[in-house]
Design a binder for this molecule. Structure first.
Ligand SMILES: [Mn+2]
Length: 264
């Protein structure tokens, strides 16, 4: 078991449990056949949301992370997950499936299916999975690294500190205000907020608001930003002078996946 304290980040898993297992194995955070237990010691793993949809085994991803979270905690390590729009959309499909979205004009269930919702995930979703998902924060800040799912400014609409945003997310995800769920999902349709002529300025404003010297995000496949072939994406995409780091491997586009070790 590793005794070093390393900090690892993994982007959008999207139901590709096999890829997640392969990547975690390759960096020594898990090992073993079948059981795949935590061997990361006191290291930490952050997973940046969109655990489900598109890939075949979203619930398998949730169950693995729930278990590794406990195993890591027992030995002084940590597994920390932030929530992504696909996770919220699956929860919404489970809870408000027949409601009509104001933003899309379709039922939530139709929106979820069109976004790659996997019927067997919804069928296997238990109360324990739902409770775990709706308690996930929207943002994390640790040792000058701000971690979120989306390269979007939506977080600013929910508060001006990490704690405020996470409390606002929790209030929505624990509540019955469908319009607030619908608005939250619609807000996640933004991508690429930190690219383009004012992108780095927007990044500086986000970091000034929430803290941190660096933002790590997923949500927009790296291949879509860099126009690389998806299967060639094996490292994060760093932009804004290394202050912004995209870790979305684009697994559903054919990316092999990777884990990123934070330098700090
Ligand atoms: Mn996303």
């Amino acid at each position: 078991m590793s005794d070093e304290r390393e900090r690892w980040v993994i982007g959008d898993v999207q139901g590709y449990l096999d890829a997640l297992l392969r990547v975690l194995n390759s960096v020594g955070l898990i090992s073993g056949e079948g059981a795949h237990s935590w061997t990361g010691g006191r290291s930490s793993l952050a997973v940046l949301g969109d655990l489900v949809d598109r890939g075949p085994d979203g619930v398998g991803v949730i169950e693995l992370l729930m278990r590794l979270e406990k195993e890591a905690r027992r030995v002084g390590g940590r597994v920390e997950v932030v929530i992504g729009n696909h996770d919220i959309l699956m929860l919404a499909a489970c809870r408000f499936g027949s409601m009509m979205s104001n933003a899309t004009g379709r039922t939530v269930m139709e929106d979820w299916r069109l976004s790659g919702g996997v019927a067997s995930d919804l069928a296997r979703l238990t109360d324990a999975h739902v409770m775990w998902l709706r308690d996930l924060p929207g943002m994390r800040l640790e040792r000058e690294v701000l971690m979120v799912h989306a390269d979007a400014l939506l977080y600013c609409e929910y508060g001006s500190s990490v704690e405020e945003v996470n409390a606002a997310f929790a209030a929505i995800l624990h509540g019955d205000d469908f319009a607030a769920w619908d608005r939250l999902l619609d807000n996640f349709s933004q991508h690429r907020a930190f690219l383009g002529p004012s992108g780095c300025q927007r990044l500086e404003e986000l970091l000034a608001t929430f803290g941190g010297q660096q933002l790590v995000h997923g949500h927009t496949p790296i291949a879509r930003m860099t126009r690389q072939p998806p299967e060639a994406v094996t490292v994060p995409y760093e932009y804004c002078d290394g202050r912004c780091i995209n870790v979305d491997p684009g697994l559903y586009l054919g990316g092999p996946g990777f884990a990123y070790k934070l330098k700090t």
